[in-house]
Design a protein around this ligand. Structure first.
Ligand code: AMP
Length: 281
């Protein structure tokens, strides 16, 4: 596996591979890698001739300074995992390589930039859009792989690619969970064992919502889930919403939607976790 710290080194290798007619796949990450990230890379390796994984903690997408400071970093372990998984190129740039000059926010995200996560993390998806656009320009891939664990992010990236008419196929990959159902996340490293157990309530309520979706109104489901968390401080519910999988607009009645997704955000101590589950189909 080649490891590049500069955009120029990475681009020269990718350019050579493209000239050989190779199909380039790309998995962007912020490091602290786990099996969820590796599942994206495995799919990328299966579907492409040359796979790049980037590790870059993007300050522009953190709306909270202490979240950025505390974000877990484990570059040596990450590189060992990528090597073991047979990644072709690890791209680990510094800030100045990704942002040699200040970049304006590239697109108006519309509702995607206002609803769900955006309401609680102002500017987050604008920061995601800027870095993904930049990383796409630098790596110039045919295909890029994102986890459905970050459902709204996946929608934002699809919107970005479509608005900027980038010739990149954006592929969503299923959420990898522990045997008990906790969605793998780099932030889980910051949880104590008892917080990890308490965090299972997130997946539990998503499964509960799915069990009710054909028989109860969306409002009632929402109310039942919110009630479950009423007296709970760990997890402390931030939001639970049921939305259309395409537009992310709230769903009133299940009919007339081909995909319905439930999304949740909650705090365990100071750690904020998100999860989601497709309720229909
Ligand atoms: P991050 O390093 O958290 O920015 O995540 C990098 C990519 O890995 C994103 O596309 C995430 O959606 C994806 N990802 C994170 N956790 C999981 C998971 N548990 N299962 C599948 N993909 C994931």
């Amino acid at each position: 596996m080649r490891v590049c710290k500069t955009a120029a080194d990475m681009q020269s290798i990718v350019h050579q591979e493209r000239q050989k007619g190779k199909k380039i796949g790309f998995v962007p990450t912020m490091g602290a890698l786990h099996e969820g990230h590796i599942s994206l890379l495995t799919r990328c390796l299966d579907e492409n001739d040359f796979s790049i994984c980037s590790i870059f903690v993007n300050p522009k997408q953190f709306n909270n300074a202490s979240d950025l400071t505390n974000y877990p970093r484990s570059i040596s372990a990450d590189l060992a995992l990528l090597e073991k998984a047979d990644c072709d190129l690890a791209f680990c740039p510094d800030y100045s390589e990704v942002y040699p000059h200040e970049m304006p926010t590239p697109i108006d995200l519309g509702l995607l930039g206002q609803c769900l996560e955006s309401a609680y993390r102002p500017g987050h998806f604008e920061g995601v859009a800027v870095v993904v656009k930049r990383l796409f320009e630098l790596t110039n891939p045919h295909c890029a792989y994102f986890g459905l664990k970050d459902f709204q992010q996946f929608a934002v990236v699809k919107r970005l690619v479509s608005l900027l008419k980038m010739d990149i196929e954006v592929i969503g990959c299923p959420t990898v969970r522990t045997a008990q159902g906790l969605a793998l996340s780099s932030r889980n490293m910051l949880l104590s064992e008892s917080e990890k157990t308490s965090a299972l309530a997130l997946y539990d309520c998503l499964v509960y919502a799915r069990s009710l979706v054909r028989e109860t109104s969306m409002n009632k489901i929402k109310q039942k889930v919110v009630d479950r968390f009423k007296n709970s401080t760990d997890p402390r519910l931030e939001y639970f919403e049921i939305v259309d999988g395409e537009t992310l607009e709230p769903v009133i009645s299940a009919e007339a939607h081909s995909q319905i997704v439930a999304l949740i955000a909650a705090y365990l101590g100071k750690v904020r976790l998100i999860d989601n589950l497709i309720l229909i189909p």
